[in-house]
Design a protein around this ligand. Structure first.
Ligand code: NCD
Length: 357
């Protein structure tokens, strides 16, 4: 793999992505063959935000490859509670571990960590921004359950504004041939403009819909998501959005026979429990694919042995990102980095937020 860190799956070429999918499938076929390939290597999981699947599947992945694990799942038990900066934590852990998986509630946190870590960094979810290893999980699931990654009508339903798994999945699937998206949400929770720009730039068709039942008959895949309560300003705002979209047995009657239902989990109330017994429901097997996908990713990333010296100083821009959820807002020492979008628009390299010069 050319890239050292995996902050966004966009840094992987399609052929690198396909290699990871094939490797995940090989491991699945013969796990014993791979049970010692990471012997002597250490994965650090730095989870600043709650997680069940992502954290445990990363740990299980490393253990099943013969490696070891360190880390925290509650920053209050680490020096973060004493006020340690992300930079200092990562600089130190990057010296202990061979690879780091980080989850954080702020957008761009994994990118920030990658600036200071000698070890490769994997983004295990950064606020409402991206979740590349969930997307790897999703593509391994689709590849195995649909037999292709092309020419599909993919419905995404729920919190498309705050759902980082949605953003990462659209970005990746828009690189494959002939996919189109049906975006089912309330107007308040529709996908951010920068994701629409990505679909437009890649020539992918998309439609926004307000009802799940009307969308059902046209879908090859339905990606359900929960309403992300923790990203709302108030509980009242969340209450107004919850329970709007619920997939149940009645709606499943409208779906194609070979449609597949995916969900990154956790589920709250958006899929009724009786759908679990429909053979089109793939959200539990999806978690198993996710473990193999992470095993393949860890293996590929550890092939590079590029440990850069630390610490490094970076040039900083005079503009400050105006996204209050951007990591640069809180960790003020971080160098301000932007990409010029043309005109007077700057794109924050951490959170993808748009800023006027
Ligand atoms: C997702 C996440 O954390 O973004 N879960 C996961 O990693 N499997 C989805 C969610 O929390 O809703």
């Amino acid at each position: 793999m050319k890239t050292k860190h995996v902050i966004d799956l966009e840094s992987l070429s399609i052929s690198e992505l396909m290699e990871i999918i094939e490797l995940a499938n090989d491991i699945m076929r013969d796990p014993g063959e791979y049970s010692q390939v990471c012997k002597g290597k250490i994965l650090a999981t730095l989870f600043y935000e709650p997680s069940t699947r992502t954290q445990m599947s990363f740990k299980t992945a490393m253990l099943r490859l013969g490696g070891s694990i360190i880390g925290f799942d509650n920053p209050q038990n680490s020096s973060v509670s004493k006020g340690e900066s992300l930079k200092d934590t990562v600089t130190v852990v990057g010296g202990y571990a061979d690879i780091i998986a980080i989850r954080h509630s702020l957008e761009g946190a994994a990118k920030a960590a990658s600036l200071y870590s000698a070890a490769p960094v994997i983004n295990a979810g950064d606020g409402g921004h991206l979740h590349p290893t969930q997307t790897l999980t999703d593509v391994v699931t689709l590849y195995n359950e649909k037999g292709t990654l092309d020419n599909m009508c993919i419905g995404l339903c729920g919190d498309l504004k705050n759902g980082r798994t949605v953003h990462s999945l659209i970005k990746t699937m828009s690189h494959f041939k002939g996919n189109r998206f049906v975006l089912i949400s309330t107007p308040e929770l529709s996908v951010p403009q920068y994701i629409k720009d990505i679909m437009n730039a890649s020539g992918c068709r998309y439609t926004e819909m307000r009802g799940l039942a009307e969308a059902m008959p046209m879908l090859d895949v339905l990606y359900m998501t929960r309403i992300q309560r923790e990203r709302f300003k108030s509980y009242e705002d969340y209450e107004r959005q919850k329970g709007v979209f619920v997939l149940d047995r009645e709606k499943m009657k409208l779906a194609k026979r070979d449609m597949k239902i995916l969900h990154p989990l956790p589920r709250v109330d958006e899929i009724s429990e009786d759908v679990d017994y429909d053979d089109r429901a793939k959200y539990f097997i999806q978690t198993v694919y996710g473990m193999y996908a992470r095993m393949a990713l860890i293996m590929k990333m550890l092939e590079n042995d590029d440990r850069k010296p630390m610490p490094r100083q970076f040039d900083t821009h005079s503009t400050r990102c105006t996204n209050p959820n951007c990591i640069t807002y809180t960790e003020e020492y971080l160098p301000k980095m932007f990409r010029h979008l043309g005109g007077d628009m700057l794109l924050c390299k951490y959170c993808d937020g748009r800023n006027l010069i």
